[in-house]
Design a protein around this ligand. Sequence first.
Ligand SMILES: Cc1cc2nc3c(=O)[nH]c(=O)nc-3n(C[C@H](O)[C@H](O)[C@H](O)COP(=O)(O)OP(=O)(O)OC[C@H]3O[C@@H](n4cnc5c(N)ncnc54)[C@H](O)[C@@H]3O)c2cc1C
Length: 834
Amino acid sequence: MPELVLIVLCVVGAFVLGMRQAPLWTWVLGFAAAMLIWQSGTLHGEPRALEPGWLGTAGWVLAAILAALCVPSIWRALLVRPLFQQVKRILPRVSETERAALDAGTIGFDAELFSGQPDWGKLRAVPPITLTEEEKAFLDGPTSELCRLVNDWTIRHNDKEIPQEIWDFVKQHGFLGMLISKQHGGLGFSPQAQSLILGRIASRSPDVCTIVMVPNSLGPGELIEKYGTPGQKEHYLPRLAQGLEVPCFSLTGPTSGSDAATMRDVGYVTRGMHEGKEVVGIRLSWEKRYITLGPNATLVGLAFRVFDPDNLLGKGEDRGITVALVPADHPGVEIGRRHLPSGAAFPNGPNWGRDVFIPIDWVIGGEAMVGQGWRMLMECLAAGRSISLPSSAAAGAKSLLRNTSAYARIRKQFDLPIGKMEGLEEPLARMVENAYVNEAARGVTASMVSRGEKPSVISAIMKYQTTERMRRSLNDAMDLHGGRGVCDGPANYLQSAYQMMPVAITVEGANILTRSLITFAQGALRSHPYLYKEIQACQDADDERGLAAFEQAFSDHVSFTVSNLSGALFHNLTGGWFGRVPDKAYGTAEWYRQLWRCSRSFALVADLAVAVLGGGLKTKQKITGRLADALSELYLLACVLKRYEDDGKPAGDRHIVGLCAHNGLWRFQQALRGAVDNFPSLPLRWLMRLAAFPLGARYKPAPDWLGHTCVELVLAPGEVRDRLTRYIYVSDNPNDPTGLLEVTFAKAVAAEAAEKKLDRAVRQGRVRRVHGTDWIGEAADQGVISDDEARLLREVEALTARVIAVDHFDPAELRPHYMTAGHNARAVQSAAAE
Ligand SMILES: Cc1cc2nc3c(=O)[nH]c(=O)nc-3n(C[C@H](O)[C@H](O)[C@H](O)COP(=O)(O)OP(=O)(O)OC[C@H]3O[C@@H](n4cnc5c(N)ncnc54)[C@H](O)[C@@H]3O)c2cc1C
């Protein structure tokens, strides 16, 4: 029995030392004390001389080794130096382009999650969604006006083109220069405002959103604003802001897609004639494809690799990736042909050129920035990726929810609104969750960017998670609408998003790559507290300086690992009960505790994965993909809690937060469990399982009753439904397909009581509901319903007939334009084939 007490004390002591990241000598002291107590007989009250035995001898040998390692010179000689040499040998060199990607952007709350001990203060310090008066007026003024002007069907079906009046409107109101500073003639709006404006437009037309998004995302405007020469800023920024120039940005080529840095587009520094004078410039050959706005562009941002064989610039031959501004009408620039991406109407196409001479001062930033292109792109990417696609994915999830829940309330089958059927409640509950989560993460991340962060890992999470969630919502919305969603026409408000969803999945880093490579494999290097420091130390050209830096980082890393191990085990054994909770977490304390607990488990598994897989992380993508999912769930749940608090914890949203938290924790567990179960090392698999799942996988998805409660909240008009779908464009025009839904939804709910009376009369056989009879009139005549109720029911019936109607066409109307115009399209597959 006394031995048992000693063992318990030792275990508790180990937990305390481990979790507090105590130095090694305290472990040695604790271990020696325990050995002495055990061997001296003190436990049984019979002090005696030490009797080692084989176990005792082994214990003292271990204590001696640990004690020796406490001496810095021994620690260095026996452990750190051999390890340093070994790591140096096996570590793959981080290439220049990888280093640029790693050094670009900022580390933010993602590092807190990687640390296993998130500082909630840092999350709460992110300001809530705020707009200036001017930004609010723009959102509710020109942005809503633009939405009213847009006819999505005409754009994507009839015109297959953005109408000139829309181009004129966006140029006239400065939509194309939202990110350009006021000083240079732009609107100078915050990323939060840009995000909300883009989202509102996206909720109306993905095509129109795209033509506004591209100039306000990574491209000429941002690059000139950040790196341009004074001359470039003065000339181009006001012209871009007013829409006098339409920009595009050309990075992708036929052989360089996801791996854009391997581009074969090349420029040789040489002398040539420009405007009648001989100047130093670059002779360029390139082939780009998929370039959005390309066919309409007047100014082409072009990325290519520069060589200076005659060393005219004096900095060696291979100068690296460079970005230049090339007017689209410059001789030799071939541009204007179009791709047809997923039925979209926004302009997109290839461009190319052979031996085109440009003066050196067309390089963004001038001669000094030759070779700096990749760094410039990476630095701008994190901010842009946090804003553009997450805005439209959040808006998409919200408008899909608003329209689909209205339809589910209006459309009846088996005498029941389809949204009230359990089978459809499931997808609707998922849509509620996606709308809440996407908007929460959008808002928090845009606020981070607004205060100057460029969160590289978080932007990757946002890109793939928000677009994947929107894709899920779209599929759910399509299922829920049945044939009404499948058949296209002016009345179909789902098709444009459905057709264009693959574009959002593919651009700005295709989702599979973003999930499995960027978020965790590269993210771990950025957000892990010690890993990048260790790698940098190993790559230091000065061996001794590298060793010293490595020793510091490695020592901290060891105690970090031990802390994660004990922390994860402790919090998983105690069900997260002791997880750290921030002040004033009324109603959310339990979720904070669980987040803390999960963060502990994630930190342990991530750390061991990084330590064991090392350079192999890039290829072990099933493991890194799952770890990316696990990290994403933690970030998204943190955003959910932050949104709920920022909104003042509205009572109506409590269940929605619960739904998001239950499902988020469950998905986190699935992802982490998957990574552990498939981890390539058996002993570590067991160790991870012991610490992260000592009592098995305990989280469960949200219970059915919770999904039901949340769906009830959106099947009725009210503040919860409005808050869930805030900031999107909501039409009240019954001649607009979504406006018709809004009007009908409100009336259908108002007519519910009368409807019930009528249904009862039909069931009792007092009224016959078949074609050719006026059942509402009959019911009124029989006194089942009042005249007012009859009027309302008739109105609802007429409106409902319009809501459920599906367009049909004369076959001649459906012939493609180019056929009726009497000529055929000629497809060409590459510039080389021209
Ligand atoms: C409509 C549209 C608009 C676009 N607009 C522009 C624009 O304005 N400017 C511009 O420069 N580019 C633009 N792009 C290009 C876009 O950025 C690329 O399509 C994208 O980078 C993917 O390249 P890819 O299509 O060649 O696919 P690939 O690179 O061939 O990828 C195919 C698949 O392999 C996966 N994959 C590739 N490498 C890895 C890896 N290491 N690990 C895991 N998975 C991997 C990808 O995730 C993807 O699923 C646009 C594309 C489209 C379709």
